[in-house]
Design a protein around this ligand. Structure first.
Ligand SMILES: Nc1ncnc2c1ncn2[C@@H]1O[C@H](COP(=O)(O)OP(=O)(O)OP(=O)(O)O)[C@@H](O)[C@H]1O
Ligand SMILES: [Mg+2]
Length: 239
């Protein structure tokens, strides 16, 4: 469960980027965050993960107030997986090594078992275990980033634009993998996306953000059908 209550945060003392952000996600659901460039979507994920600490407001994960816990403790302590918008794999390392980094906290045998499990799920990884991540295509890299975050079996997954730069076909492969994580691993997923319509198709609910706060929220299907939402926020690309 993710409960963000009236969170204010920013990078410098004078400027607030998140200006009273309030949202929730719980159980096995995909919640998508939409909104224009610069409105604070990545900042919100970074604040939930603990790269930034809120100035005020509360972040509760799985029932525990973790507002002031920094990232290095939070990822392990809260069962949190985070795939950032950029630099989400270690290019110089092999696929196997990337997965080992993700499973860093696990006992060795458990790490190996989990790696086998994820390779069975994502054959593209199994085929190239000893190749460097730098040699992967964009879509393969997103799958690796997802698998790396899944190594310690997180209960909560934060994904920042997992479909960025992908062709429609590969986008669907990555989104299928995300749906599988929700359905099979029962993970609560908070996902930032620019491909709004495609993202809403696989989401349960969504929030539209504007200038560091929630402008509107609703069930994904209802938002997709809402003419005004389509026109104002989604560029009406659904036809
Ligand atoms: N590391 C940083 N230091 C200072 N300001 C930052 C930093 N990262 C982001 N910002 C500022 O915070 C604001 C929100 O940025 P953020 O990255 O959260 O936007 P976003 O909604 O994810 O945008 P995009 O859709 O382009 O990824 C922007 O004005 C940006 O310039
Ligand atoms: Mg961003």
């Amino acid at each position: 469960m993710i409960d963000i209550d009236n969170v204010v945060a920013g990078y410098s003392a004078e400027i607030d980027i998140l200006r009273g952000m309030t949202l929730q996600a719980q159980g096995a659901e995909i919640v998508t965050l939409l909104g224009p460039n610069g409105c604070g979507k990545s900042t919100l994920l970074k604040t939930i993960a603990g790269y930034l600490l809120p100035r005020s407001g509360r972040i509760t994960l799985r029932g525990e107030d973790v507002s002031q816990i920094p990232v290095h403790r939070k990822i392990r302590h809260c069962g949190l997986g985070f795939v950032p918008q950029t630099d989400n794999v270690f290019s110089a390392l092999t696929i196997r090594e990337n997965l080992q980094v993700g499973g860093h906290y696990l006992p060795k045998a458990e790490c190996a078992r989990r790696m086998d499990e994820l390779c069975a799920l994502y054959p593209v990884l199994a085929r190239k275990m000893d190749a460097r991540a730098a040699s992967m295509s964009g879509g393969e890299r997103q799958i690796l980033a997802l698998a790396r975050a899944l190594m310690p079996r997180p209960g909560i997954l934060l994904l920042d634009e997992p479909s960025a730069g992908l062709s429609p076909k590969v986008l669907h492969e990555v989104f299928d993998a995300i749906v599988h994580v929700r359905n099979q691993e029962r993970v609560t997923i908070l996902m930032v996306e620019q491909n709004a319509m495609e993202a809403l198709r696989i989401s349960d609910r969504a929030y539209v953000l504007s200038m560091g706060a929630v402008a509107l929220t609703g069930e994904a299907g209802a938002l997709m059908r809402d003419e005004k939402v389509r026109e104002l926020y989604l560029g009406d690309r659904a036809h």
